[in-house]
Design a protein around this ligand. Structure first.
Ligand SMILES: Cc1cc2nc3c(=O)[nH]c(=O)nc-3n(C[C@H](O)[C@H](O)[C@H](O)COP(=O)(O)OP(=O)(O)OC[C@H]3O[C@@H](n4cnc5c(N)ncnc54)[C@H](O)[C@@H]3O)c2cc1C
Length: 381
C-alpha cells in the first residue's frame, strides 16, 4: 500500500499498545502526524466503510479479545511551544506528545498549573477527553483551547475550553461529541507562581512530615513546583500509579472505575450500611452542586475485595483497590468478568453503581449489558 500520506499497517496486535496488555488486533492501523494526513486517513476509511477509532498511549483502554474491525488511528506529532505573555505563558502542545513530558518541561520552565498532574501516563491528545485529574488539579483548570479535526468534514476547528463541557473525569468529547473529533493539539495558559499547588491531603501530609523531620522545608515556605512534582511522583510510585517495567502491578488502565457522584440520600444509605457492617467510616466529599462524591476504592474494599485480590489471571493491584490488573496473559473477557463481579457486589452491598473509566474498543452488545458501557460507536460503520 503505497503513496498514502500516513503509515498504514494491517492486523496490528493492540495488546502491546495498551498498558493493560489485553485484547486482539486492529484490522488496520494508521499512524499520522499532521492535519492533512488525518483527513486522508479518515477518507481512506470512509471509502471502505470502516469504523475509525482513535488511540493515544493506550493507558485508558480495554480492547476486546476479538480485536477491532476497523481503522485504528494514532496521531503522533509531538511538538511543544511556550509563548510568554506577561504573567501567563501560552503552551501549545501537539496531541502525540507524552503528557508527562509536557508536565516535566513546564515545571522545568517554571510554569505552574499542571505540576500535580505529573506521572499520568498517555498522550496530550487524550488529556481533554476525560479531563485528566489528580492530586487536586485537573487539566480543565488551565486548558484554554482544543484543536481538532472534525471527523465528518475533515475540517480543522479550534474549540474554546468553555465549550467542551468539562466535569469530573468527563467532557463532551466523552459524551455528546463522542467520536466526532480527532484531537490534534491543546493550548494551556500556565502561571508564573514559583510554588506548587497543595490541595490534596496526601500531598499536604507529605510536606508536613518533611517539615516535622526538619528535612527540606520550612513551615512557612510553600514547596517549589519541582518539589511538588517530585512528591506527586513519589506518592504515585507507592500506589503503582506510574508506569514502571519492574512493578508487578504495572499492567493496568489506572483506576478502572470513576469515583461515584451520588445524591445525599444515596450517600446516607451507603453510610448506614457501612456503619451497620462496622467498617471504618465511609469517606464522602460534598460537591458544590449538593451531591456527594464517594471513594470507589473504599467501596470496593468494603464490599470484600481487598487490594491484591486475585481471580485467575486478573486481580486488583496490591497497592490500589481501584486498579484492575492483568497478572499475565489475561484476556479482556476475564477483565470484564472480574469488573462485573466487583460492580455487582458493590451495588448489592451499598446501592451504588460503579461506572468504568476506560474506553472500551471492539466490544459488542453482550459486554455492554454486563458493564452498561456504551459501545455502540465501536460497531462497524
Ligand atoms: C498507571 C496509570 C495511572 C493513571 N492515573 C491517572 C490519573 O491520575 N488521572 C487520570 O485522569 N487518568 C489516569 N490514568 C488514565 C490515563 O492515563 C489517562 O486517561 C490518559 O489521558 C489516557 O491517555 P492515552 O493517550 O493513553 O489515551 P488512550 O488510552 O489511548 O485513549 C483514551 C480515550 O481517549 C481517546 N483519545 C485518545 N487520543 C485521542 C485523540 N488524539 N483524539 C481523540 N480521542 C482520543 C480514545 O479514543 C479513548 O476514548 C492512569 C492510567 C494508568 C495506566
Amino acid at each position: 500500500m503505497s503513496k498514502l500520506p500516513f503509515i498504514l499497517e494491517q492486523d496490528v496486535p493492540l495488546a502491546r499498545l495498551t498498558t493493560l496488555g489485553v485484547g486482539g488486533p486492529a484490522r488496520y492501523m494508521a499512524r499520522v502526524d499532521d492535519e492533512a494526513a488525518v483527513g486522508a486517513a479518515l477518507a481512506w476509511a470512509q471509502a471502505r466503510q470502516l469504523a475509525v477509532h482513535i488511540i493515544g498511549g493506550g493507558s485508558n483502554l480495554l480492547v476486546a479479545d476479538s480485536g477491532v474491525d476497523g481503522l485504528v488511528l494514532r496521531y503522533e506529532r509531538a511538538s511543544l511551544a511556550f509563548e510568554r505573555d506577561g504573567e501567563t505563558t501560552r503552551v501549545t502542545a501537539a496531541a502525540g506528545l507524552s503528557w508527562d513530558a509536557l508536565v516535566e518541561r513546564a515545571v522545568m520552565a517554571g510554569l505552574a498549573g499542571i505540576e500535580c498532574l505529573s506521572g499520568i501516563p498517555g498522550d496530550v491528545g487524550a488529556a481533554p477527553i476525560q479531563n485528566i485529574g489528580a492530586y487536586g488539579q485537573e487539566v480543565a483548570e488551565t486548558l484554554t483551547a482544543v484543536s481538532v479535526v472534525e471527523r465528518s468534514t475533515g475540517k480543522h476547528l479550534r474549540l474554546a475550553a468553555d465549550e467542551c463541557g468539562f466535569g469530573y473525569r468527563t467532557s463532551l468529547f466523552k459524551t455528546r461529541w463522542r467520536d466526532r473529533h480527532v484531537v490534534i493539539g491543546i493550548e494551556l495558559a500556565l502561571g508564573s507562581e514559583t510554588h506548587g499547588s497543595l490541595r490534596y491531603r496526601d500531598l499536604i501530609e507529605r510536606f508536613a512530615r518533611d517539615v516535622a523531620r526538619g528535612g527540606g522545608g520550612q513551615a512557612d515556605a510553600a514547596p517549589t513546583l519541582a518539589a511538588v512534582r517530585d512528591a506527586v511522583l513519589e506518592i504515585r510510585r507507592q500506589k503503582s500509579m506510574v508506569l514502571s517495567p519492574e512493578d508487578p502491578n504495572r499492567r493496568s488502565a489506572g483506576s478502572f472505575f470513576t469515583n461515584p457522584v451520588v445524591t445525599v440520600q444515596a450517600a446516607d444509605a451507603a453510610d448506614e450500611v457501612s456503619a451497620a457492617g462496622k467498617v471504618a467510616a465511609m469517606p464522602r466529599f460534598p460537591l458544590e452542586d449538593g451531591r456527594v462524591k464517594l471513594s470507589a476504592g473504599w467501596l470496593i474494599e468494603a464490599a470484600g475485595f481487598p487490594r491484591g485480590t486475585t481471580r485467575g489471571r486478573v486481580g486488583l493491584s496490591s497497592r490500589h483497590a481501584l486498579a484492575l490488573i492483568n497478572r499475565g496473559d489475561a484476556s479482556a473477557a476475564e477483565v470484564v468478568s472480574f469488573a462485573s463481579e466487583i460492580r455487582a457486589r458493590v451495588r448489592d452491598r451499598f446501592g451504588v453503581t460503579l461506572v468504568p473509566e476506560p474506553a472500551f474498543l471492539g466490544f459488542d452488545e453482550e459486554a455492554e449489558q454486563v458493564l452498561d458501557v456504551d459501545v455502540a460507536s465501536n460497531r462497524r460503520a
